[in-house]
Design a protein around this ligand. Sequence first.
Ligand SMILES: Cc1cc2nc3c(=O)[nH]c(=O)nc-3n(C[C@H](O)[C@H](O)[C@H](O)COP(=O)(O)OP(=O)(O)OC[C@H]3O[C@@H](n4cnc5c(N)ncnc54)[C@H](O)[C@@H]3O)c2cc1C
Length: 439
Amino acid sequence: MLVRTLVLGGGLTGITLAHLLRQRGQEATVLEAAERIGGLCRSRSENGFTFDVGGSHIIFSRDHEVLEFMKNVLGSNREQRTRNTRILFRDILVKYPFENGLAALPKDDLFYCINEFIQTYLKAEKGEIPPPANFREWIYATFGKGIADLYMVPYNEKIWNYPPESMSAHWVEGRVPRPPVEDVIKSAIGIETEGYTHQSVFTYPAEGGIESLVKSIARGIEDCILTGFTVRSLAFRGGVWEAGDGKRTVTGDRVISTIPLQHLLPCLGGGVPPAVKEAVGALRYNSVCCVQIGIKGRVPDISWLYIPYRTQSLANRISFPSNFSSHVAPPGHAGILAEITYNEGDEVSRMTDDELVSHVIGSLERMGFLTPGQVVHTAVDRQKFAYVVYDLDYPGNIRIIREYFQERGITLVGRFSQFEYLNMDGCIRQAMECARSWP
Ligand SMILES: Cc1cc2nc3c(=O)[nH]c(=O)nc-3n(C[C@H](O)[C@H](O)[C@H](O)COP(=O)(O)OP(=O)(O)OC[C@H]3O[C@@H](n4cnc5c(N)ncnc54)[C@H](O)[C@@H]3O)c2cc1C
């Protein structure tokens, strides 16, 4: 029997699932609310500039199979670059990761960082540091007070828009690596070292921004993608799954959701246990605002820049996409993309697009990346679901939610359905595992 799978959501995960199911000779229908596929991996091309609207995206992975998959689907539409990333510490550009750039710090800050790092390392070796109970404790236990106070804590407070002491530490192991002590000492005395080496060379589409990755995966399966279809109801009746948008109904034999849990739950109507509703309601996430600036002239030879202090800018990161590909800005021009995380109701959520643009331009001028009159293009995009925030209640809540969806026979895959901090490679890996697990 030919099995038809309903895939809710046409972001990277949903499109990859449909592609892989088709490859295995199965039928799939992707239901995507927006008029365009791609979700967080969409891009906007205007006035000769191309920007990623869900924040700056690069292609990298430790997962060889997934990395090859991404490169192969792009074919010749890709460029490879060496990462050159910095942290703007006060007005000093420090090499990223911070612990690999310590030599750039003023002497007293450098002593504070290296001394505290070594003291903490020695205590850890003697088993004198208890297991961290939250993310803040993990930062102090991993980097010592110096690196924590000067960079890790302010930066994380800014990007998560949530206190690190209220965040769980379970997700950081492996994602934020524990720096080898030799490397930190070398970096402090000025010997070059590299951190996060799996990212030191990255790929980016030559044309079309990151959206061309999703478009390439969708090539040949366009007939199974329904855009402009917001799933509002989902029910299993008479042995068949029915998904509706209020006007139309699409049926399938099984269902995979890649849409945010907060959108999926209301589709199920009454009968959802209150504990599940509460658990979904308690999940925390961040939104991101992406301010795009096209300029006449050049930008520094930096891939992206972390900005740890709110006094420097509301933006936590500034990327220079025209350093990823030579085709995303007109000749003689360059692109700058600022990311600002926020939550509904806070200061940033209340700012208009114009206010955000002038704030970003003002901070870029103060940081020395712009001079007045250089700006020739601006745009702003906001993504409601951008980052999963792992608060202390997360492990308990996600357990309740996953058990419930498993009982209902709904498979959850992707960043906001699994509700995990998955990058593109993680989403594709999960899609591969899911497609392979079905006959
Ligand atoms: C600022 C930022 C920077 C990032 N940078 C990188 C990077 O450099 N490298 C990297 O590998 N990863 C990066 N990522 C992560 C990457 O964006 C995600 O891993 C990936 O895009 C998630 O894809 P997804 O399909 O799971 O989710 P989404 O992209 O969120 O897709 C979900 C889709 O579901 C649709 N949808 C929602 N509700 C409904 C509904 N009711 N009915 C139908 N459709 C619906 C949405 O419109 C959307 O298209 C970054 C993420 C952010 C926020």
